[in-house]
Design a protein around this ligand. Structure first.
Ligand SMILES: NC(=O)c1ccc[n+]([C@@H]2O[C@H](COP(=O)([O-])OP(=O)(O)OC[C@H]3O[C@@H](n4cnc5c(N)ncnc54)[C@H](OP(=O)(O)O)[C@@H]3O)[C@@H](O)[C@H]2O)c1
Length: 326
């Protein structure tokens, strides 16, 4: 089978590999589509924090058709998807024509979403929905503006599309407003905020601007969003595009009752995965999803990984892997 392989001391390459061997209870999937996430960019350049086995087939997302199943939940021919769950980090991922998956992390592709769109949503969109599920527990659509940082990225783009469709007033923060301002408005953003307004060191408490936020950037940006969140607001944190540090104080928490809610997609339990995908099928406008999706061939995925790390990618990039029959 064809696959992308990352091996220590070598550049990622497109190779022919033996087919993987399934254990009892495993599900074997013929991969049709994968996607490019920030983490895949890191794996493709051999970052040891992500590429935790050597050699590794990267690709934290996979969508495909069940070839054989040791699980009563799936039958041959079913179209399934997996996000994270160690694929592309500690075990072979979606940049290969055939992958062995644990049925405990696989979900049927929801009716109404085809395989390419499921890959377009991918981990980034799934994480955006996990963020929305957490945010909406505390923040209502009438509570005030919600800010989305890293807005033109994968998580940011899907978060804007979903939140605006749900009726939230969304402010989109981006470092690329000149090129991407119209795009962000087309996704549903009602206001645009220059990344520079949020990304520098600032006071720990500032004028309250946001009822809540979805952050995929971390560092000073997340600290500023917390400092600008009004009483009782909630900010979700899933990413570190600016940095893994969080230079804040306890003041937003103890003086305004702000909640910082962590979001992790990789280890999400099956019931949460299913709930998030059910909501994606209901609350994400598929025309908007198509408008934010680019496509590369499996052989060209290394360049797409470099582009996402360089901040040049807009929205989502799907990877055409196998026959892509569906
Ligand atoms: N916790 C989880 O389970 C989970 C799941 C998915 C993703 N993540 C993390 O979430 C982040 C976003 O992932 P993604 O796939 O959406 O990546 P992405 O498509 O590259 O989006 C990241 C966005 O962050 C902004 N950005 C980049 N560098 C920045 C900097 N130095 N300062 C401020 N903003 C910067 C850019 O948005 P603008 O150009 O609009 O400014 C960029 O488009 C990554 O850190 C990823 O690892 C975590």
């Amino acid at each position: 089978m064809r696959a992308i392989v990352v091996e220590k001391g070598r550049a990622a390459e497109h190779r022919e590999l033996d087919e993987p061997v399934a254990g009892p209870g495993d599900v074997v999937v013929d991969v049709t589509w994968s996607g490019v996430n920030y983490k895949d960019g890191l794996a493709l350049r051999g970052d040891p924090g992500v590429a935790r086995v050597d050699p590794l087939v990267p690709g934290i997302d996979l969508v495909g058709v069940v070839a054989s199943s040791g699980s009563s939940r799936f039958a041959p021919g079913d179209e399934v998807l997996v996000n994270g769950a160690g694929h592309g980090e500690t075990k072979a991922g979606g940049f290969a024509e055939r992958v062995v998956v644990d049925p405990g992390s696989a979900v049927l592709v929801p009716p109404g979403i085809d395989g390419r769109r499921a890959a377009a949503i991918g981990t980034a969109g799934f994480t955006a929905m996990l963020s929305v599920l957490r945010l909406e527990r505390d923040v209502g659509t009438d509570d005030g503006d919600v800010v989305v940082t890293g807005a033109a990225g994968g998580v940011g783009s899907v978060a804007i599309a979903v939140l605006s469709r749900l009726g939230y007033s969304v402010s989109a923060s981006s470092g690329r407003l000149a090129e991407q301002g119209d795009y962000l408005r087309s996704l549903g953003a009602s206001a645009l905020v220059d990344r520079d307004e949020l990304s520098g060191a600032g006071k720990p408490m500032q004028r309250a601007r946001w009822a809540g936020g979805v952050d995929s950037v971390g560092s000073h940006t997340l600290a500023t969003v917390l400092a600008q969140t009004r009483w009782g607001g909630t900010v979700t944190a899933c990413g570190l595009a600016q940095g893994a540090d969080l230079p804040t104080t306890v003041l937003p928490f103890i003086l305004r009752g702000v909640t910082l809610a962590g979001v992790n997609s990789v280890e999400a339990p099956l019931d949460l995965r299913q709930r998030a995908w059910d909501r994606l099928a209901r609350d994400l406008d598929l025309d908007l999803l198509d408008s934010m999706t680019g496509e590369v061939a499996l052989a060209d995925v290394v360049g797409a990984g470099e582009a996402i790390l360089a901040g040049r990618t807009r929205g989502r990039t799907v990877v055409r892997v196998g026959g892509s029959r569906i």
